[in-house]
Design a protein around this ligand. Sequence first.
Ligand code: GLY
Length: 363
Amino acid sequence: MNQKRILIPLNKNSYEVIIKGGIINSIGEELNRIGINKQRKILIVSNEEISNLFGEKVLNSLKKDNFSANIFNIKAGESHKNIESLNDIYNSAFKFGLDRNSLMIALGGGIVGDVTGFAAATWLRGIEYIQIPTTLLSMVDSSVGGKTAVNHPKGKNLIGAFYQPKAVFIDPETLVTLPSREFKAGMAEVIKYGIIKDKVLFEYLEDDKNRDKILNLDNESLIQIINNSIQTKACIVSEDERENGIRAILNYGHSFGHVIENLCGYGEYLHGEAISIGMKIAGDIATEKSLWLKEDSVRQNNLIESYGLPTQTPKIKKNDVNTILMGDKKVRDGKMRFILPKKIGEVDIFNDIDESHFLKYFD
Ligand code: GLY
């Protein structure tokens, strides 16, 4: 059966991402394979919906291989990506007696993954954790690379740590139960990889036959686009694990995306929808500054729209946009940094973009 293994090569604690249909039913075997001792206690963190779909499968597979595990569900949704959910995980870790040798498993989408990762980074000063992402977005982005966080009332992901997982197990078959809107939102991150570094992926996504296969959840096509996305992420993260430089290009479309999510209310636009609009704005700025050709910008926007994603900027006020951008983590020494495309497959970091270049896209 088709499967892919990708090494995330880091100075310390390199790890593997395995992409394989049905892997959710053999997590016990996988833990054995990577040398996890059966005496170690395991806490699976998920949410109710994902637990109902996949919790038993993971538990049964662990039991079959003589691991002892419990599941704890946090509340679903961005509004629960906070200190309270973190505290709930700590309480559960205490209840089940998790010690320094224990293991957490994040089973779910990006929110579960980010909060569990941060809980693992901080429980008893850090225990190991595994990512089992169940949404396209978390498969291609948040489960890989070690960014863990919870939100603060003043902003998204303001409290967090770089803390790499021990392994990432991706089962594309779990996407069958993902609502179509969420699947499409995940495609925004895949398209992002095409624009920032992988022209071949971009062209693969443009092909009508491939698009049909992807949108019909053809296993081989899913493995291919997830693999290509993670290969790019692996290459960037291994060069700049803590985002001192090049890793920022993974945030293409995200500055304006975060503004839109924040000002329209989290939930109005899914993350991938907001960054689709963000990529459109970044592309327009790049066209205006003659950084890339108008036809590249048109190709980008057509591709985004062909996967059912939005490109139309919602009505939000210029002043509010500026306030949010200045509070963004991407501001360094008071200067805003933007990732803009130079051609399909190449972007760069720009510090010289002033308000006049982007405020005109807002009310
Ligand atoms: N999601 C962007 C990154 O991992 O750096």
